[in-house]
Design a protein. Structure first.
Length: 406
């Protein structure tokens, strides 16, 4: 990782390959059969809409997790990761069943079990994992591990997953299953879709109602705009039931409105009918949370239209509106996120918003390249003045999905 005036950039693929091969060779004493990698992601817009069958728009990051792999004849599995110091886990495929492994091993080994359940001939293997995806920053280091392992293990088992989107969607679903069942994290599939289905210089418009994905070309490079993912370093507090509470509100609202999901309401109404729709709900949080979900789905659609027209100013305005909606209507923001958004906008960003589940994590910023240094300084300065942790600024670009590198 390179640090330039408070900005952190990802490893180059060559640096990533070298680090994984070096760890493999140092640990197992041989050269690996191959190296695979898969990226983290950041969602440009469309949060807390996935479980409402809505639309979201992630990009894959240049930050990837790298896996060097070789088959092992005797069914023995050894996995080493640079995560929290270097540890080697040793076991067999049967040990990986849900409940059998925990911590980082569940994320790293889970795909082996799921692929085998799906009928692939996954036997013993040696794996060395290295990563430059920030962990626990809401940038999906977990999916990066799962997807890189799954790509490699499937290929070793004689079933390489092609670049075909339907094929990639299948692998993404298996990785989501691994995160749900083996790691025990009830996530929805956005992360794995971004890691395996995103395209270079494109965002992935993911329809969470049916899993369909479309590539949206981004105008940022050609208009001299940068994308920043700014980790607030605020501690995650999602475990305290907030996520489940928001989900339950959305389900209750859908049921009171007589629909299967709030997406159906978004598709059959528009902003002019919003008050009439909300009148069908009791006053209070049910109304405000529903207002977030509906307006957020519409904002994703408007955002895509703006991007296709090369209209970054409108896209930026929609990001700021999205942040206000998540903060005021959905109540999932925290001071650390609001501070970074405020400082980035004050320092000349085109748009900024919290990204992901909230209660910590990262802010995504779109800004003219020439403003990036001022934004990096501005967010650190305002956080310092408010006594908040120092945010870390990652300059990113929309990158390609995972695949084999060596
Ligand atoms: P995020 O995906 O936003 O970074 P999560 O809590 O979903 O946060 O996932 C983080 C977990 O993923 C880590 O605690 C660890 O268990 C696993 N993980 C992340 N990176 C690695 C890695 N390089 N090797 C092994 N496990 C990893
Ligand atoms: Mg994750």
């Amino acid at each position: 990782m390179t640090t330039t005036s408070q900005r952190v950039t990802a490893w180059t693929p060559q640096e990533g390959i070298s680090s994984a091969v070096e760890l493999f060779t140092r640990t197992f004493g041989t050269d690996p059969a191959g190296v695979w990698a898969s990226p983290g992601r950041v969602n440009l817009i469309g949060d807390h809409v996935d479980y409402n069958g809505g639309l979201c728009l992630p990009i894959a990051l240049p930050h990837q997790t790298y896996v060097a792999l070789s088959p092992a004849e005797d069914g023995r599995i050894r996995i080493v990761s640079d995560f929290e110091g270097v540890e080697v886990w040793e076991g067999r495929i049967e040990d990986i069943a849900p409940g059998g492994v925990e911590g980082w091993v569940a994320y790293a080994a889970g795909p082996a079990w799921v692929l085998r359940e799906d009928g692939l001939d996954v036997g013993g293997f040696d794996a060395a994992i290295t990563s430059c995806v920030p962990v626990g920053a809401g940038l999906s280091s977990s999916a990066a591990v799962e997807c890189s392992m799954a790509l490699g293990l499937a290929e070793l088992a004689g079933r390489p997953f092609s670049g075909d989107d339907a094929d990639r969607a299948r692998l993404a679903a298996l990785c989501t299953r691994a995160e749900n069942l083996v790691a025990g994290a009830p996530t929805g599939g956005l992360d794995q879709a971004a890691s395996l289905r995103a395209g270079d210089a494109h965002a992935l418009l993911l329809d969470c109602a049916d899993g369909a994905a479309h590539q949206v070309k981004l105008p940022f490079d050609e208009q001299g705009h940068a994308i920043l993912a700014i980790d607030t370093h605020a501690s995650h507090q999602l475990g305290d039931g907030q996520y489940a509470d928001r989900r339950a509100s959305c389900e209750e609202a859908a049921s009171l409105l007589g629909v299967g999901s709030l997406r159906e309401v978004a598709d059959t109404t528009s902003v002019v009918d919003l008050d009439a729709v909300l009148d069908g709900l009791p006053e209070g949080t049910l109304r405000s949370r529903t207002r977030h979900v509906l307006t957020e789905i519409w904002r994703v659609q408007e955002f895509v239209t703006a991007l296709e027209a090369g209209d970054i100013a409108t896209a930026g305005r929609l990001m700021v509106e999205s942040h206000a909606s998540l903060r005021d209507d959905f109540e999932v923001s925290v001071a650390e996120l609001d501070t970074v958004v405020e400082a980035a906008m004050a320092a000349g960003a085109s748009g900024a918003r919290m990204t992901g589940g909230g209660f910590g994590g990262s802010v995504v910023v779109v800004a003219p390249e020439r403003q990036v240094a001022a934004i990096a300084e501005g967010v650190r300065e305002l956080a310092r003045r408010r006594g908040l942790p120092e945010p870390q600024v990652h300059q990113v670009r929309a990158s390609a999905a995972g695949g084999r590198l060596r």
